[in-house]
Design a protein. Structure first.
Length: 279
């Protein structure tokens, strides 16, 4: 058994990207942490691709892949959203940061002082525990990854939201918080709702439950490139190609929900077709 083959090294690179994202998150650089996750996602794609091409796939590769995915697509987004919620709670703290990173670092230190050293500040005692609800993401990601490894139904599609898709969804919040720094901290417009801590916690719980749900989602694995049999995939890619250059970062949650909606439509059409055949 070759331990240090090329696919396993790509898997290790995925793991290192997840670790780097966590380090950046706790350093207050939630503007950079998502890019480490994106890089990890690239390594995650190529480790499986190379394993199939080089014919070196095996049980060790599967175990390493699950461990790396747990870090990059479980722990990293959980900690990332925890810090986003911390900043959303401290949004009205009278502190004028010179830049986004220093603002996040300041709020993160405030929270840690309140949690670990019981230093009195603007956060009430019950509220200071709210950011920990974001840890439902790694909690359910662990079960999702174990389920994926054992579920033979997921060779061509997904049962439940895959962890990389869930992670991509949550990278939207730190990115838009960074890009719209001069707007959201004054509670203007949609940001007053988008960065409401209870709304963010609700999203964390909702998306985490979808990880272990029985919802069938189409994948982007093409057996062929003909229209028939790939209608949903082509529609998804076409709409996504329009959304990304038009809305940029704002397109991230829309594309995730687009896949969920199209999957529901695809499931409904499949059930109707099966019913017609049986009739």
């Amino acid at each position: 058994m070759r331990m240090f083959n090329i696919p396993n090294l790509f898997t290790a690179a995925n793991l290192m990207c997840g670790v780097l994202s966590i380090i950046l998150t706790f350093a207050g650089r939630i503007d950079l942490a998502p890019f480490a996750i994106f890089l990890g996602g690239i390594f995650d794609f190529f480790d499986g691709f190379l394993a199939r091409k080089l014919k070196v796939s095996g049980e060790m590769g599967k175990q390493l892949d699950s461990l790396a995915d747990m870090v990059t697509f479980g722990l990293a987004p959980g900690f990332l959203m925890m810090v986003v919620i911390i900043v959303s709670i401290y949004i009205d703290v009278p502190y004028e940061a010179t830049n986004f990173a220093s603002h996040v670092h300041f709020e993160l230190q405030n929270w840690m002082n309140a949690i670990f050293y019981n230093v009195p500040n603007q956060m009430d005692a019950p509220i200071k525990w709210l950011p920990l609800f974001a840890l439902v993401i790694p909690f359910f990601s662990m079960f999702r990854l174990a389920k994926f490894n054992l579920d033979t139904r997921q060779s061509e599609s997904f049962i439940g939201v895959p962890t990389p898709l869930n992670t991509i969804f949550f990278t939207f919040f730190p990115l838009i918080m960074w890009m719209e720094f001069d707007t959201w901290r004054y509670d203007e417009g949609i940001f007053a709702y988008l960065f409401n801590s209870y709304f963010l916690i609700g999203l964390c719980v909702f998306m985490s439950l979808l990880l272990v749900s029985e919802l069938k989602l189409f994948s982007l694995k093409f057996k062929h490139f003909k229209w028939k049999g790939n209608e949903i995939r082509f529609v998804f890619l076409l709409i996504s190609m329009i959304l990304i250059p038009t809305l940029l970062v704002w397109s991230i949650p829309l594309i995730v929900f687009l896949q969920l909606i199209l999957s529901l439509v695809d499931n409904l059409l499949f059930k109707n077709k099966q019913h017609e055949i049986q009739s």
